[in-house]
Design a protein around this ligand. Structure first.
Ligand SMILES: *[C@@H]1O[C@H](CO)[C@@H](O)[C@H](O)[C@H]1NC(C)=O
Ligand SMILES: *[C@@H]1O[C@H](CO)[C@@H](O)[C@H](O)[C@H]1NC(C)=O
Ligand SMILES: *[C@@H]1O[C@H](CO)[C@@H](O)[C@H](O)[C@H]1NC(C)=O
Ligand SMILES: *[C@@H]1O[C@H](CO)[C@@H](O)[C@H](O)[C@H]1NC(C)=O
Ligand SMILES: *[C@@H]1O[C@H](CO)[C@@H](O)[C@H](O)[C@H]1NC(C)=O
Length: 239
């Protein structure tokens, strides 16, 4: 056959082409993953001020989108600041695909529903600020899976039920905890007092109960502690 020599060459060429295609798709995968996640978020929210409507456009690089900050080397989304934008709607599960996210601020909007479990994929999160929204339901126990989390604010929402007893075991770096003005009940979990780096705690205006444990003394970095408008008794050691 005249073309037998041609077949290995063609195979090599095809393999090479395949390599080039898969290599280039691999490079763009992460950016488009972040873009798809943000576009899914945009599709799930009502945006009365039209802040995202034209700005979050595929015609522009996501790193230039309002509220979006990318890392300098990998150009992945590292911070999302959607605070004070009057957005309403649910947070879609796609947010869990922003795998380089370290900073999430959605303060002061009208987000409702429960928080998607896919958030748990964001292992790099250091800062979560979701206060002044209408998030509903119990604080999920997977909230105790953020090894780098330093700041957690869920104040001014409609959270109910007990604070899961073990979540603080998984938050060793926590410095700030704001859960004020919700409808949380039950006792303050003892695991809270393992978070040795805590500086500010605000649990005011809930329906928490019980006696403030003496382990509060373990929190040597503590600067502020707000517990008012609960049913917590502060018992002193001398009584
Ligand atoms: C792209 O995403 C994959 C899978 O999520 C991850 O393993 C890889 O480190 C990412 N690459 C970059 C450059 O961030
Ligand atoms: C989107 O908003 C950012 C930040 O305000 C701004 O710098 C950028 O020019 C806007 N892009 C478009 C296409 O309007
Ligand atoms: C959102 O509003 C708060 C309170 O008015 C303000 O402190 C904060 O700087 C605002 N955030 C942005 C990104 O404008
Ligand atoms: C992102 O997340 C959603 C929902 O969790 C999933 O269906 C989708 O396949 C993920 N990947 C990309 C690239 O969007
Ligand atoms: C508080 O500190 C004491 C003494 O260091 C220790 O035995 C105890 O386990 C700590 N309690 C908690 C809840 O971390």
């Amino acid at each position: 056959m005249g073309n037998t020599r041609f077949i290995p060459a063609l195979t090599v060429a095809l393999l090479l082409l395949n390599f080039v295609v898969s290599f280039s798709t691999k490079i763009t995968t992460n950016i488009s993953t972040d873009q798809l996640a943000l576009l899914a978020l945009k599709a799930h929210v009502i945006d009365p001020q039209h802040l995202l409507t034209t700005n979050w456009s595929s015609a522009f690089n996501i790193c230039k989108w309002i509220g979006v900050t990318c890392g300098s080397r990998h150009r992945r989304v590292i911070a999302l600041d959607l605070s004070n934008m009057s957005l309403s709607g649910i947070v879609p599960p796609h947010i869990g695909n922003l795998s380089s996210l370290t900073w999430l601020n959605m303060r002061n909007n009208n987000f409702h529903g429960s928080l998607p479990i896919q958030l748990v994929n964001l292992h790099r999160l250091k800062y979560i600020r979701l206060s002044f929204n209408s998030f509903y339901g119990e604080i999920p126990s997977w909230f105790g899976s953020f090894p780098k989390l330093q700041y957690l604010s869920l104040s001014y929402n409609n959270l109910i039920g007990k604070i899961p007893s073990h979540i603080f075991e998984g938050l060793p770096r926590l410095q700030v905890l704001y859960l004020a003005v919700n409808r949380l009940s039950g006792k303050i979990p003892l695991s809270l007092f393992q978070c040795k780096k805590l500086e500010d705690i605000d649990l005011a205006d809930n329906s928490l109960e019980g006696i403030l444990p003496k382990e509060i003394g373990n929190l040597t970095m503590l600067n502020t502690l707000h517990l008012h408008n609960n049913m917590i008794e502060g018992k002193t050691e001398s009584t």
